[in-house]
Design a protein around this ligand. Sequence first.
Ligand code: MG
Length: 235
Amino acid sequence: MEASSTVFSKILLFDIDGTLLLSGRAGYRALTRTFEEQFGVESGFAGIPVAGQTDALILDAALKRAGLEVTSGAKARFHARYCELFANEIQFPGPRKGLMPGVAELLEVLTRQEKIRCGLLTGNFAKPARIKLQHFDLWKYFYFGAYGDDAPVRDDLVPVAVERARREQVIVQTPGDVVVIGDTPLDVQCAVAAGARSIAVATGSYDEVTLRETVADAVLADFSDTQKTVEVLLS
Ligand SMILES: [Mg+2]
């Protein structure tokens, strides 16, 4: 039957920062430089929570704290300049910059599974997300994604990713066949909002104990045991 050929057993939606990799604060440096250039405010993002948040909300928080009200045109210019500076900053070393343990092996194994498709679910704006993954040679593993440009609130991103998957003929039978993998309670929350499964991994800003206090379906220390990770993701 032709119709069944497009039904996949799982859609895996990966967060980027703290889950697949750390960019060594390249994003933070690029945000800070853009903010200072454009609005004349130094250290605009110091102390603003970023883990699990969308880039759009992070910018709004910084603007609010600086007492700035800006036009959508100014935000668009910020976005464009941020992308330029990010492409430069990602070239430099930084704290813990690199792939999280086992990520490359995991994606290699998953990509060989016929009925599985990996996508992205990240608060990063789309363009820097792509630059980041290309820098680490991971872009090739992901077929679709939802990004910080698509909605300011992470909870709204899962349906966007699922719709983009559908347009690529990647369809699953139930919402529970969608798995959201991330390193923060906000990643777990967005999965719950969409009826998806959620797997939390303690390689980012939150430890295993904290992540176990969420309703994540499973919590992993990291992805270093490829076989175990695959079993957890696909169970
Ligand atoms: Mg993250």
